[in-house]
Write a protein that binds this ligand. Structure first.
Ligand code: COA
Length: 159
């Protein structure tokens, strides 16, 4: 049986294995737990027999007008059983009353989101693959490199 929860109070990183399928440098389960705790809204699908998280969705919101849904994933063995749609449905319900709820997706998932009442749009993005795991060390290095790049670009402008 799958149950859906909105809190991380009793959650441990041991319950969070197998996510970020296909990511070259995925966040560790420990970093995953932190990103769940820091998100404004989350919904987790938990398999009752194993107490493992088998799906999750996160949202970041200003609580006034806007929300963004950065992450949704269901573990491969649990896909095509309605869990992904249920996670989105529950998240959209949590975000009800906001003016805009946005996300980016691959073209093949347009139908998936359209069936949940969302409309297609055009998006833009940046991906810093060197900080993909979200580890503290990677982020610190990424910031230093970013600063160095900005300084170079800035001094280039002054010349
Ligand atoms: C996208 C994802 C969350 C869907 O989860 P799910 O639990 O399998 O979805 P559901 O069972 O609720 O919905 C299934 C329906 O969604 C559509 N769908 C789901 N995954 C799809 C995919 N990869 N491509 C096209 N359609 C898909 C189909 O219409 C499917 O219906 P069907 O099984 O009758 O064909 C899951 O495939 C996943 O985790 N993918 C990897 C991460 C990802 O792409 N996340 C989305 C980021 S925008």
């Amino acid at each position: 049986m799958i149950r859906y929860v909105n809190a991380t109070d009793s959650l441990t990183s041991l319950q969070l294995t197998g996510f970020f399928e296909g990511w070259p440098t995925p966040p560790s389960p420990e970093r995953h737990l932190i990103l769940l705790r820091k998100s404004d809204e989350i919904v987790l699908a938990v398999e009752s027999a194993s107490e493992k998280v088998v799906g999750f969705i996160t949202a970041i919101t200003d609580g006034v007008l806007c929300a963004y849904i950065p992450l949704l994933e269901v573990l491969p063995p649990f896909r095509r059983q309605g869990i992904g749609k249920e996670l989105v449905r529950r998240m959209l319900r949590s975000l009800e009353g906001l003016y805009m709820v946005d996300l980016l997706c691959d073209p093949q998932l347009r139908e998936f989101y359209a069936s949940l009442g969302m409309n297609p749009a055009t998006g833009m993005m940046i991906r810093n693959y060197r900080v993909q795991s979200g580890s503290k060390e990677q982020r610190a290095r990424g910031k230093q490199q970013g600063n160095a790049t900005r300084k170079t670009a800035h001094s280039g402008l002054q010349e």
